[in-house]
Write a new protein. Structure first.
Length: 322
């Protein structure tokens, strides 16, 4: 007896991705034994065609971006991945080759980041493609990094470089010239979850989150959680070579990059006396970090300052989901 179309699709493309807890995707739910002495960490994100990825993005990069943005949430908590649940809503009539490419992207990053699918659901839709992923991770009890905890006087740090995702989207939409090696487009399509850095910062960072909706806006979340204010020194914001070239050609790009989102870098607070420990964590995780500002007393909020200490105005602080 042949399988119904939905189950045939699952068997062809997603069953090979399942780990032991996924039970070959034959049951209604998965079984997972948490590692002894660990706390479970759970997060979920969805991406929608035309909102979080472009209609002509390769399907393998779409699935990898979905997985990586969720892994970035684990990184922000200092957690390590265990597995994930996946729900896909493919547009009606999606070719099997597209689903195969989507699954191939997941397979590639499962191997890279050390996790497997546990289950989920597959449906079709008459609207745009929509995919949702629930990530499960682990962290030692009491060791998770939280948004709350920044204090006046703390240093403000960020990993990697800022603005490549926003500039990469502009490249793919034809609003900015492509860089020679495709770095910007890759950064938009394939963010790098800073898992090793997040784990290395346990016990060092007082507060942390990932930069998904814009550097300035996300810093505002840390400020509200810590009931303090913060400033970003624009000249210290780390930029890649193509992003720096864009700012040199058009200075209006700098505030736009600080509000653009899709960076998936770690933004965190640390006591000034922990600067050497932060640097050591960066070396252990092979991830560059930069001190870009500080927290101070005042109403919760974030400001971007130029070299003279004047506030740089922003058309918007970041991305809004509503």
């Amino acid at each position: 007896m042949s399988l119904p179309p939905e189950f045939g699709l699952i068997a062809r493309h997603f069953r090979p991705l399942a780990g032991p807890g996924g039970l070959d995707l034959l049951d209604d739910a998965a079984l997972l034994d948490p590692p002894p002495g660990q706390t479970l960490v759970l997060a979920a994100d969805a991406i929608v065609e035309g909102v979080h990825f472009l209609p002509d993005d390769p399907p393998d990069t779409v699935s990898r971006k979905l997985l990586r943005t969720n892994l970035s949430d684990l990184a922000a908590m200092g957690a390590a991945p265990l597995g994930y649940l996946l729900t896909t809503a493919f547009p009606r009539g999606t070719p099997d080759s597209t689903v195969a490419g989507f699954a191939a992207g997941l397979a590639e990053d499962q191997g890279r980041f050390g996790l497997q699918v546990l289950g989920g659901d597959t449906v079709t839709t008459d609207g745009p493609a929509c995919y949702s992923l629930t990530i499960l991770g682990q962290v030692p009890p009491g060791a998770a990094l939280r948004r709350a905890g920044a204090r006046p006087g703390d240093d403000l740090w960020v990993s990697g470089t800022i603005g490549d995702g926003a500039l990469g989207l502009a490249v793919l939409q034809g609003r900015w010239p492509a860089d020679g090696d495709g770095h910007l487009a890759r950064r938009y399509r394939l963010p790098e979850p800073r898992l090793a850095l997040g784990q290395a910062l346990r016990g060092i960072a007082r507060a942390a989150m990932d930069v998904s909706d814009g550097l300035v806006q996300d810093l505002g979340h840390l400020c509200r959680a810590g009931d303090c204010a913060a400033v970003i020194e624009a000249a210290r914001v780390p930029l890649s070579l193509p992003a720096a070239a864009a700012v040199a050609a058009d200075p209006s790009w700098l505030p736009r990059l600080c509000a653009g989102g899709d960076d998936y870098e770690l933004l965190f607070a640390a006591a000034p006396g922990n600067a050497d420990a932060v640097a050591a964590a960066a070396r252990r995780s092979d991830t560059p970090v930069t001190r870009i500002g500080r927290f101070h007393p005042g109403p919760p909020g974030a400001r971007l300052l130029d070299a003279a200490g004047a506030i740089i105005s922003l058309d918007r602080a970041g991305w809004s989901h509503l």
